[in-house]
Design a protein around this ligand. Structure first.
Ligand code: ZN
Length: 120
């Protein structure tokens, strides 16, 4: 009987862990989808910039950075958003990552072995 109890306990534990894992997977898939959407938005801005530069150079042979600033700022904001989504995903997966070196680290690492950055 004790063995059966143990078995059913293990089973319910396993079921619980699997349940948690599958909701994590769903969450991570959603976050990855948002990342892809943001990346598409960035690509659309690249396209607009390309069209603008092309149109401009057909008429005049110069362009200033100021003309592109609104788009560059938009891309900047989208990249920051993507970065924070990536951070949330790594948090869910319980992964450690050095943003300076853009490398994944062992779970028990507190400092990046390359740059020495403190990793939370
Ligand atoms: Zn580092």
């Amino acid at each position: 009987m004790a063995l059966l109890d143990k078995l059913s306990n293990t089973l319910s534990e396993t079921t619980k862990i699997l349940g948690e894992k599958s909701s994590e997977v769903v969450e991570i898939n959603k976050l990855n989808l948002s990342i892809r959407k943001k990346q598409n938005e960035i690509n659309e801005i690249y396209e607009k910039i390309g069209e603008y530069i092309y149109g401009k150079f057909k008429r005049v042979n110069f362009i200033t950075k100021e003309e592109l600033d609104p788009w560059l700022n938009e891309i900047d904001a989208l990249e920051k958003h993507i970065e924070s989504l990536g951070r949330i995903i790594r948090n869910i997966k319980n992964e450690k990552y050095c943003e300076n070196c853009e490398i994944e680290l062992e779970k028990d690492t507190n400092y990046c072995p390359l740059c020495g950055k403190h990793i939370n």
